[in-house]
Design a protein around this ligand. Structure first.
Ligand SMILES: Nc1nc2c(ncn2[C@@H]2O[C@H](COP(=O)(O)OP(=O)(O)OP(=O)(O)O)[C@@H](O)[C@H]2O)c(=O)[nH]1
Ligand SMILES: [Mg+2]
Length: 304
């Protein structure tokens, strides 16, 4: 199961204390205490080898190292080390009120969440040594949204996972009962030297279902949303329900490119056609190839 939301506390490094030391020569004393070092920063960095946030479940608090204390003879304390927190590509960082701070989408992209606290002045500055400032602490919410090009959405048992498997060669569980898929999974489709990622989702239901809130967020990354139905009587009403739910979750979703698939065409008459709906069957490779060609045209048409 993909862990796609965690809340963590991050703390910047404390500043090092300034030194209170004096250099004696004869009967005079000259303050020569060095400044404390700056505390370490806290930085989120994208690591493309990570695919969920499960590593953040072990610990909730992350603290950068503090700056070193200043020393005599104007010795400056060392600066604290930057704490790098690795997150998967596609992580949104929010503050505790859910306001957006960063959306990390590129390999190695960084976001400075906290800067280390300054060190205290040593006695060499103004005669008196100061303590370093405490490191600031913040609660942040990490909200991982799986990067994907094509997302499959549909009622239970309509053949979404079977299609994802047919496109990608994966072997995700398929069965003739509802909710075989209980959480999102992604896969890569490679076809004629082009590639794209596909997202399998749990089923949508006709009524309000809190489980949908959990997976619909991943569609914010999709370039194409594929609505799948295998029911020729209810296909239009299923489509309407799905589009209403998507619009309620985020009206921007309706601006995306939609494909409509009528699945399991092998179980009914092959010449069954409905305007705007593409007939497919995982038992008929030709229909799958036609579908992939449509996707590639949409994803790559400007790049050719
Ligand atoms: N005849 C036929 N059966 C299919 C086809 N695609 C899927 N099925 C069958 O339909 C049933 C449901 O398939 P799934 O791929 O698990 O459907 P799903 O939409 O992912 O189901 P949920 O995860 O529960 O939402 C399975 O028994 C599949 O073997 C098809 O093209 N033709
Ligand atoms: Mg499924």
């Amino acid at each position: 199961m993909i862990i796609d939301r965690v809340s963590v506390f991050v703390r910047a490094g404390k500043g090092g204390d300034g030194a209170a030391s004096f250099f004696r020569h004869g009967h005079t004393r000259t303050p020569d205490g060095g400044d404390g070092g700056r505390g370490g920063d806290v930085v989120f960095v994208v690591d493309s080898n990570l695919y969920d946030l499960s590593k953040f479940r072990k610990s909730k608090r992350y603290k950068a190292s503090g700056g070193g204390d200043g020393g005599p003879q104007r010795k400056h304390g060392r600066d604290g080390e930057t704490l790098l927190l690795h997150v998967p590509c596609g992580t949104i960082i929010r503050d505790h009120q859910e306001d957006l701070l960063a959306d990390l989408l590129k390999e190695d992209e960084r976001f400075f969440i906290l800067h280390g606290a300054p060190g205290g002045e040593g006695s060499c500055q103004h005669g008196q040594a100061q303590c370093g400032s405490p490191g600031e602490e913040k609660e942040v919410i990490l909200d991982y949204r799986i990067p994907n090009d094509v997302a499959f959405v549909g009622f239970a048992n309509t053949g979404k996972t079977s299609l994802v498997n047919a496109l990608s060669g994966q072997n995700y569980k398929v069965a003739a009962y509802p909710f075989t898929t209980s959480h999102c999974r992604w896969a890569v489709c490679e076809y004629k030297f082009k590639r794209f990622t596909v997202l399998d989702t749990p089923p949508v239901t006709a009524h309000d279902d809190l489980r949908e809130e959990v997976f619909l967020k991943h569609l914010s990354r999709s370039k194409i949303i594929v609505v799948v139905s295998d029911n020729k009587e209810d296909m239009q009403s299923q489509r309407r329900i799905i589009e209403e739910k998507l619009a309620r979750f985020d009206p921007e979703y309706l601006k995306k490119k939609f494909f409509y698939l009528f699945s399991k065409i092998d179980t009914i008459k092959r010449d069954f056609r409905v305007k705007k709906w593409l007939p497919v069957s995982v038992t008929d490779r030709e229909t799958i190839d036609t579908f992939i060609t449509h996707i590639l045209k949409e994803l790559y048409e400007d790049k050719n």
